[in-house]
Design a protein around this ligand. Sequence first.
Ligand SMILES: *Cc1c(COP(=O)(O)O)cnc(C)c1O
Length: 424
Amino acid sequence: MRKETKCIHAGYTPKNGEPRMIPIIQSTTFKYDSSEDMGKLFDLEAEGYFYTRLQNPTNDMVAAKIAALEGGTAAMLTSSGQAATFYSVFNLAGAGDHVVASSTIYGGSFNLFNVTMRRMGIDFTFVDPDCSDEELEAAFRPETKAVFGETIANPALIVLDIERFAKAAHAHGVPLIIDNTFATPVNCRPFEWGADIVTHSTTKYMDGHDATVGGAIVDSGNFDWMAHADKFPGLTTPDESYHGITYAEKFGNAGAFITKATAQLMRDLGSIPSPMNAYILNLGLESLAVRMERHCTNAQKVAEYLQKHEKVAWVNYPGLPGNKYYERAKKYMPEGTCGVISFGVKGGRAAAEVFMKQLKLAIIATHVADAHTCILHPANSTHRQMTDEELIAGGVGPDLVRLSVGIENADDIIEDLEQALACL
Ligand SMILES: *Cc1c(COP(=O)(O)O)cnc(C)c1O
């Protein structure tokens, strides 16, 4: 199946007389005929469901669709993108370990790593995604357990050289984890470029309708845990809480990572989405390929319009020829990148404020990447406590406006921008 078809059909094939749509199994618990039958599930000796905090059939059907889209061997849903990011790293690294991460990752991921996970004893080195090979090499330590980056960084729109980061990670015997939220598997499949694990905030394009917060983790099945057994004892030595099974031996490279994350992290931390939310996410996934195409053509038109406008100081969109990441985006995302653009209006912070107030169609929201066009002026909202100098140092200048182009008619979006820019 091609990607458009997978969006509709992957993950669930109804048998004769069964429901056409993925059924919502809204049940916390599952019934068994004997304690022995249930015991086998607790020993991970048999497959099946016993309690929705660990696994639920509706969630698993939707996860299987995302795995098929990414070209992975196993996947799980989480209750948020933050939970997916946390589980993906914590499944590999513990106190005393170290992770290399791109410095331009989503602010929520940066805070999770730099503050919360540091408090858990895990150390992080943040590298500029465009750093030299020497700088990248120097970031690794003997206790490094993973490398983490983002396909298209939110909100800087920096396109990561996935192949280069995968080679560096593998040279040090560790996997590359990629947050593929902005590109989605419709536009980029990081496994084809050497990434080992992919994470998503499904809250964005995958759900696509401002309806449900969620996350996903997908395993490529390519990383050979046993070949690096000393680095990953959690996967390569017995887990006493499951009668001494060894994940990498029992489930192989295809299943070890997700089984461990489910059996240990989901069991202990419980960041499971409700089956109802998984069902809503699936509705979004069915139209994902069609929507991404429209997001990209609309964003391209809007970016080209803004670039020509005399009151616009600069435009950052990887689909614009001349953009620093244009060539790299063509390599990794030949069919389009995403619908998010950032730009600056002439006149800085004050002019941006006037412009924002005039918009009628574009909704002012912290959210990005869904059907509705929305817009954010960080200097006057999320970052308002910072001075102009601090904003510039952080790469989010006082004039920066982040525009998430929706799937409305592009001419309506442009007319809205036009009337607002006319007021400057
Ligand atoms: C929003 C976002 C997250 C966090 O996801 P939530 O679903 O909000 O928890 C992670 N990564 C990226 C790139 C995001 O845009």
